[in-house]
Design a protein around this ligand. Structure first.
Ligand SMILES: Cc1cc2nc3c(=O)[nH]c(=O)nc-3n(C[C@H](O)[C@H](O)[C@H](O)COP(=O)(O)OP(=O)(O)OC[C@H]3O[C@@H](n4cnc5c(N)ncnc54)[C@H](O)[C@@H]3O)c2cc1C
Length: 506
């Protein structure tokens, strides 16, 4: 197959994957005049932030809430550059209602800063100095990130971008670079405050993949503060798919091309430089090699190593192999009668059941509930999506996958029924996704989700760079800084676009 690139006179960029990271990179590059081809193995674009429809319900596959839509926020900035309308959205307030084990009153993470301060002072007496430290670190980190640093730097240009983003105010974060949240809790004499720890474990696991003890403090400062004004979390009108659809619209308007159901099987490297990819058209079975000036891989770093095969640099491969096991997700999607949802139900809730049990494995559930008129359910109905982090390995080892899936589904529904009115007559539709499902639909290695974990050795300055050890090969997505989430991968995409532009201008 030839002529897949529309404009052969411009530098050609192939993007592997149409997740939010790949689409954002592709759309920005097309806007800036490059010839872009995006390939995705799935049926619909969006990856973990896509949707599927069943019996009149629209379910968000993974991501259900969006950060970065406020003026100056990363999606806002990118949509402005692309000259496309921001999706319609409602702010989440509270951002999350968190139910700790055995408690019937939630901890409400309010959007208003003052209200959230009063709530946490009531919930966690004596913890304010810790929260004040988080606020100080957040303000400095947020301003730093807003100046588009390249992290971690891999050459002089990257280093220059990084130093340009530093201001005297940034230095306040420096002494805390090697701190975890656990260290900060101990610093303020809160190390044994089990209730606060459980709350932090639950919230941080959502964003960092790891608990409070392990999460890098500078990362946590952002994760714990981004739900308040002037930032905030948003629920998109219609579904999460609108984000991808608008990016595709911009890409195609600017001459870029997206081919769905096209799998990249291999990245070809010659003389230390990526120059082509091997593509399989899933519908026809046709396999061909497509050349490009730059290749952007919107995949996990584990998948990147696989795509390189023998050409993966051994040090890089070794580092990836040594990464701690990443999490998978188990997700239950319910289409219900509206009577199953309590009145005034917040859009997002988090439950933990057994105080001595793990975070995840159905012992904690993150729940997203549709609201009337948000486009996800027919009149008089609603969607409930509950997810839990799981160890992906057991889902691949088991001889009896269907039975395990059924067990997890029943257990999750029984737990949800402690809050929602879930009976056979109120559940209209149910479906579940496991790490195997995510592996199938998003091609993520073993169905792992949410990046590499924001522990000290793998966050920010110590993480995986967008600039890979192979020239003209770039990594975009939640394996890179600043981590998971649609907002995170959009920053990652913007960094790569700037890096490619700088290379091409040289
Ligand atoms: C259950 C769950 C809940 C979440 N909740 C939230 C939330 O509320 N808010 C939030 O912001 N984030 C949330 N996230 C995280 C967020 O969804 C992801 O971090 C983000 O969407 C990842 O985007 P990405 O571009 O890095 O990659 P992905 O979404 O993984 O996209 C990669 C794309 O590449 C394609 N692909 C992969 N390999 C190949 C190949 N070889 N050839 C062709 N195509 C390929 C895949 O099909 C996929 O479309 C959640 C994730 C999960 C799983």
């Amino acid at each position: 197959m030839s002529n897949v690139f529309i404009d052969k006179n411009q530098p050609r960029v192939i993007v592997i994957g149409a997740g939010i990271g790949g689409l954002t990179a592709g759309a920005l590059l097309a806007r800036r005049g490059y010839s872009v081809l995006i390939l995705d193995q799935a049926l619909v674009p969006g990856g973990c932030a896509s949707t599927f429809k069943r019996q009149g319900f629209t379910f968000d596959v993974g991501a259900t809430q969006v950060a970065g839509l406020e003026p100056g926020g990363i999606h806002h900035r990118i949509f402005l550059e692309l000259e496309i309308d921001l999706p319609e959205a409602t702010p989440c307030d509270p951002a999350c209602a968190v139910y700790l084990p055995g408690e019937v009153t939630p901890i409400n993470v309010w959007r208003d800063q003052q209200k959230w301060q009063e709530e946490r002072q009531k919930q966690f007496p004596g913890s304010e100095p810790f929260w004040q430290l988080m606020a100080t670190l957040f303000n400095a980190s947020w301003e730093f990130q807003g100046r588009d640093p390249v992290l971690p730097p891999r050459n002089l240009w990257d280093l220059w971008q990084l130093t340009q983003a530093v201001r005297p105010s940034t230095f306040i974060t420096a002494p805390f670079t090697l701190f975890t949240v656990g260290d900060a809790l101990r610093l303020y004499g809160l190390g044994n405050d089990q209730r606060l720890r459980t709350f932090l474990d639950l919230q941080l696991k959502l964003y960092s993949q790891v608990n409070a003890e392990e999460t890098a403090l500078l990362y946590a400062a952002t994760a714990l503060s981004v739900s308040q004004l002037p930032q905030g979390l948003f629920h998109l009108q219609g579904s999460m798919q609108v984000l991808s659809d608008r990016l595709v619209q911009a890409l195609e308007r600017d001459g870029g091309k997206l081919l769905m159901r096209h799998t990249v099987e291999h990245i070809e490297v010659e003389n230390g430089k990526a120059g082509a990819v091997v593509i399989r058209n899933q519908k026809t079975g046709e396999v061909w090699t497509e050349a490009a000036d730059h290749v952007v891989a919107n995949v996990t770093v584990q998948n990147l190593v696989q795509l390189l095969g023998d050409q993966a640099p051994s040090g890089y491969k070794h580092r990836v192999e040594k990464l701690p096991q990443a999490s998978g997700a188990f997700v239950v999607y319910l289409g219900v009668d509206a009577s199953a949802v309590p009145l005034e139900c917040p859009p997002h809730l988090q439950f933990m059941y057994d105080a001595n049990g793990p975070i995840g494995e159905n012992n904690s559930l993150f729940v997203s509930v549709s609201h009337p008129g948000d486009g996800r359910a027919p009149d008089g109905k609603a969607t409930i999506i509950a997810s839990s982090f799981v160890d992906p390995t057991q889902w691949w080892r088991t001889q009896d996958y269907q039975r395990l899936k059924q067990k997890y589904t029943q257990e999750a529904i029984a737990r949800l029924a402690q809050y929602f009115y879930l009976k056979p007559e109120t559940i209209v539709y149910q479906e579940a996704a496991t790490p195997r499902t995510f592996a199938h639909f998003t091609a993520r290695d073993r169905g792992i989700v949410g990046g590499i974990g924001q522990r000290i050795p793998t966050f920010g300055p110590f993480g995986f760079a967008n600039r890979t050890p192979i020239n003209h090969l770039w990594l975009v997505g939640d394996s890179t800084h600043p981590g998971e989430g649609t907002a995170g991968v959009s920053y990652s995409a913007l960094t790569v676009v700037r890096q490619i532009e700088a290379e091409l201008k040289r």
